[in-house]
Design a protein around this ligand. Structure first.
Ligand code: BG6
Length: 504
């Protein structure tokens, strides 16, 4: 995002416009951009879907979505009245060319009325099976050729393995140029995730210690309390490794491990992130058990309520072998990170919803204090809370008040809610605005996606070829399977508690 200037005139076509993502995320995000005055008055949103829905009913449903999910609360009637005029529902079958000819006329009319060449954004919020057909038909209708203004936004999953991701990239790049492609990873739009770049590269304080000389290991946990909800059908073909680790968690790791960029140019940042992915040590197939742990939740209790096991969820086969938890131990083989383990994990139906990155420092080189003084001693930590708590803590030792020398860990805290009163934009707001502004910094480039698949492939293949014999192996409401402990214990470490005590 550059400044508080309005974006160019824009026409967005959402394929899958009557779907859940549009309802929960995209329209609330666009509405908030409108409220904050980011949208040009010359703006249009075409939502396509197969349902026979009247325009008025469609708009009402979208308003319900905004009322329910928007970070700014219920819609303001006079504002919604203006905003909703931008939206048009089109019942259409996007697998046949008629729709694209119609769309072309709509776009040409929009440009004429706006008296300019507007941005044309095609947002693919559909089953990936349709990606190929849609881009082919966009191409046939000549809707992809304006290299400056035509942009394609692609939701995950981007392929289901390295091979399919490569094939999809090949397909997209046969029609679009890379600069027209915006592969979304919504984690990169999160305020706290972007703040990792600010924390690391806008401060001189941390960089000198941000390396193997001072850092013992790094932990990245993305835990969710929710189960698969009504997405069993999709999730059972995906699993935690594909759904969360290959994309969101790996991107977080890149932000922690990347070298300082020379500028904030999109390719410069993406090059530095791709370097991390390329430097990750390839896990050998025969070592997968030592570097990776998988889990599947069984029935359990969450906050006093009994919840189902994964195999009892809607759309999930009763003998499913899909993992709902995945943990990896990775090493980045370069000068900065040589032999520093990165422990990453993500799971559903965990005890807490919590995304947190912990930078665990090494012990002091020599303990000068007597044994009694250091009973509570802990190594330094930088704890980056991404969600739901948002902030950064630096844990260090202080002298406990009293007549004796006793050390105690204390925290220096930066907390978003205490520091800022302005609302925090949702990831999708940031990302949609970036697409309108043509800024691809927070989007995944073809090579990055492929490099991330390359990292997880040995684990995926091994897990696929050798179904687990002990699923379910963690109870809903717990911290995941015991095998996850084993991969870190091997290095003499343990997973840190997801929630840190506020009081020390
Ligand atoms: C999605 C996954 O990409 O991210 C979901 O498909 C997951 O399974 C979601 O629940 C988590 O996103 P957030 O923003 O709620 O942390």
């Amino acid at each position: 995002m550059n400044s508080n200037l309005k974006t160019n005139p824009t026409i967005i076509t959402i394929f899958g416009g009557s779907g859940d993502l549009t309802w929960r995320k995209l329209v609330p995000a666009l509405y908030n951009l409108f409220l904050d005055n980011w949208l040009n008055e010359k703006f249009s949103i075409i939502c396509t879907g197969l349902e026979d829905t009247k325009q008025e009913d469609f708009i009402n449903r979208l308003q319900e979505g905004v009322d329910k999910f928007s970070r700014s609360g219920k819609s303001i009637p006079e504002k919604w009245e203006v905003f909703s005029k931008y939206i048009q529902y089109k019942k259409a079958d996007f697998t046949i060319s008629d729709f694209y000819n119609e769309l072309k006329t709509d776009i040409e009319n929009f440009d004429k009325a706006a008296n300019c060449i507007a941005n044309k954004i095609y947002y693919l919020a559909v089953n990936p099976l349709f990606f190929g057909t849609i881009v082919d038909l966009l191409n046939e209708a000549n809707l992809a050729t304006d290299r400056e203004h035509a942009r394609l936004v692609i939701e995950k999953p981007f392929g289901t393995d390295l091979e399919t991701a490569k094939a999809l990239n090949k397909k997209l790049l046969s029609i679009f140029e890379e600069k027209q492609l915006y592969r979304i990873d919504h984690y990169l739009g999160k305020e706290t995730v972007q703040n990792i770049l600010a924390f690391r590269f806008a401060n001189a304080l941390f960089e000198p210690t941000w390396n193997r000389n001072y850092i013992d290991h790094v932990q990245i946990s993305v835990a969710e309390k929710i189960g698969v909800e009504d997405r069993g059908g999709y999730y059972d073909h995906s699993g935690a490794l594909r759904d969360m680790v290959q994309n969101h968690v790996m991107q977080l790791m890149c932000l922690v491990a990347m070298e300082p960029p020379v500028s904030f140019n999109a390719d410069e940042i993406r090059n530095k992130k791709a370097d991390v992915l390329h430097a990750i040590r390839k896990i050998k197939k025969e070592d997968v058990h030592e570097f990776a742990s998988r889990g599947q939740y069984g029935a359990g209790w969450q906050e006093g309520t009994q919840v189902k096991g994964y195999r009892e969820e809607k759309g999930v086969p009763p003998n499913s072998n899909t993992e709902t938890f995945a943990a990896l131990k990775l090493f980045v083989d370069n000068w900065r990170w040589s032999n520093v383990p990165f422990y990453i994990r993500s799971g559903k139906r965990m005890q807490q919803t919590m995304s947190v990155i912990t930078i665990q420092f090494k012990p002091v080189p020599h303990q000068s204090f007597p044994d009694e003084a250091i009973e509570n001693w802990q190594a330094n930590k930088i704890i980056i809370n991404l969600q739901p708590d948002m902030g950064i803590r630096i844990r260090f030792q202080a002298k406990k008040p009293g007549l004796q020398m006793q050390l105690n860990p204390v925290d220096m805290m930066f907390n978003y809610n205490d520091t800022y009163s302005a609302g925090i934009p949702e990831g999708y707001e940031t990302l949609l605005l970036d697409v309108m502004e043509g800024d691809a910094t927070l989007f995944m480039r073809a090579d990055q996606v492929e490099a991330a698949w390359d990292v997880v492939m040995p684990v995926l293949t091994m897990w696929n070829d050798h179904p687990s014999i002990n699923f379910p192996n963690y109870s809903a409401g717990s911290n995941g399977p015991e095998t996850a402990e084993a991969i870190v214990a091997k290095e003499g470490d343990n997973w840190l508690m997801l929630a840190f005590d506020k009081k020390v």
